[in-house]
Design a protein around this ligand. Structure first.
Ligand code: BG6
Length: 484
């Protein structure tokens, strides 16, 4: 079956940086379904040829050494452009026959991809409905929506309501690009394709879990967006909560979209919402010191660029096991990792001495970079009496399988074309995620609650975050991944 991917917001950054390079890569690898057409839609006027030429240049830049002009020449004829304005019904009235004509009698599965600024989501959906472009009696019609999906629970509910006026939930694909990462999917494989982890994956053996998404980059020129969101909305509501769900969920009955999403939803429902006082004790917010000097940042901005939050999952598996979620910009390195920190051995036979605190086992899932898994355990240092050292068994994807990791968008775009929503967020999932984040965000918006802790760029966030963990007799696993 042919496919047409209509990209709204075609002249934007996401299209040139992610979407078209991903489609090009699928073509290069021979995975793009035959007869896939890409139609760009935005206000800027381009001829097909001019748009193709622009994309050739940007795709070459973003794909790097895998770009080949010959493959591009094969790919380019499937790219088209139709200028239009999301706010104008006549643009959709001309888009509909344009697509029909391109597709011919055979028709095609259509994917409407909203790569626009979020304020256009609702009008674009409404216009698609008005122009009768979502009817599925002959061929599937799907809608892809980028993050951010709303800015809080209320706006997310409202957006879901508007989307559902036009599309059935089964037609809707809400992107969280973290779910397209190979290592994020591998969390499910590690847990549910191996028998040895399940018996210890619970409150009896796990002391706590740390999920960190640290970034070395600063805000740069993104203040226009970042000042309105901050770290909680930018990283916690979506990416970090998704990682938490995959770590904490029960095994789904089947590997299919709704079975997986049902289990994630159960986790989100079980998360204890933070009350007014809890926000003070169970979260830390920070801002890197030079943030207020960045272009377009208010000189008295209180926007958090670092956050650490302690969440409790009230169910039989996780009762009493805190999940520490942490993310920040301007940190010491780029690393996303899930650390399963096991309990101490019940009785220590060996005298490790006062200077070497006994560290318990941990399993580290390196999401990126240096994608892999390490299991940390004690060994005897040879020829040194009974001296112990924490060592690790380490697996790295690059070593084992060679090659780099594909960009998430390749997998996600292919899944949309194939109608597999497993790696996309369902409406209830997005709303539940907001219902966890909203009370924290509201707490943080009250001046000084908890205090905004400043931190130097290039470290692991504010010292207050270290102290906070220390008070709970725990410590962050701060390690930059070693690329072999
Ligand atoms: C995006 C956030 O969703 O994720 C960015 O808006 C962040 O602020 C990015 O930098 C991180 O994604 P990745 O794939 O580089 O970890």
């Amino acid at each position: 079956m042919p496919h047409t991917i209509v990209i709204f917001g075609a002249s934007g950054d996401l299209t040139s940086r992610k979407l078209v390079p991903a489609l090009y890569e699928l073509k290069r690898k021979g995975r793009l379904p035959d007869q896939t057409r890409i139609v760009g839609f935005s206000r800027t006027k381009f001829s097909n040829e001019a748009w193709r030429e622009n994309l050739a240049e940007t795709t070459a830049r973003f794909v790097g050494e895998d770009f080949s002009r010959a493959t591009w020449e094969e790919f380019a004829p499937s790219i088209f452009y139709h200028a239009g304005d999301i706010d104008r019904p006549e643009s959709f009235r001309s888009l509909a026959p344009y697509l029909d004509e391109l597709e011919g009698e055979r028709g095609a599965t259509r994917v409407y991809y909203l790569a626009t600024a979020p304020r256009f989501y609702e009008p674009a959906v409404a216009q698609l409905g008005e122009a009768a472009m979502v009817e599925e009696s002959l061929h599937p019609r799907r809608l892809v929506i980028e993050k951010p999906f709303g800015t809080d629970l209320k706006t997310a509910q409202e957006l879901n309501r508007k989307v559902h006026e036009v599309f059935h939930e089964s037609q809707v694909y809400r992107i969280d690009h973290y779910l397209g990462k190979e290592t994020v999917q591998n969390v499910l494989v590690l847990r549910f394709a191996n028998g040895i982890f399940e018996p210890i994956w619970n409150r009896n053996y796990v002391d706590h879990v740390q999920i960190t998404a640290a970034e070395e980059v600063t805000i740069g020129h993104r203040a226009g967006y970042y000042e309105t969101v901050g770290v909680l909305r930018d990283m916690f509501q979506n990416h970090l909560l998704q990682l938490m769900c995959l770590t904490a969920m029960e095994a789904p009955a089947r590997f299919e979209a709704d079975a997986i999403r049902d289990e994630k939803v159960k986790v989100l429902r079980s998360v204890r919402r933070l009350g007014r006082e809890d926000v003070f004790t169970d979260s830390v917010r920070g801002q890197y010191r030079k943030y207020r000097d960045e272009p377009n940042v208010a000189p008295d901005s209180e926007t958090a660029t670092f956050g650490a939050v302690k969440l409790q999952i009230d169910n039989w598996r996780w009762q009493g096991v805190p999940f520490y979620l942490r993310s920040g910009k301007a940190m010491s390195c780029r690393t996303t990792q899930i650390v399963i920190q096991f309990r101490q051995a019940p009785h220590m036979l060996f005298d490790v001495g006062p200077r070497a605190p006994y560290e318990a086992n941990r399993l580290v899932l390196q999401v990126q970079p240096a994608e892999g898994i390490q299991l940390h355990f004690h060994t005897k240092v040879p020829d040194a009496g009974m001296k112990l050292r924490l060592t690790d068994l380490s697996f790295q994807f690059a070593e084992k399988f060679g090659g780099g990791m594909p960009d998430s968008y390749q997998r996600l775009l292919l899944d949309v074309m194939q109608g597999d929503a497993s790696l996309f967020s369902r409406s209830d999932e997005v709303e539940l995620a907001w219902s966890i984040i909203d009370p924290i965000q509201q707490g943080w918006e009250r001046p000084g609650w908890p205090p905004l802790a400043l931190y130097e760029a290039g470290g692991w966030g504010p010292p207050a975050a270290e102290e906070w963990m220390c008070k709970q007799h725990r410590q962050w696993f701060d390690a930059c991944p070693v690329l072999k």
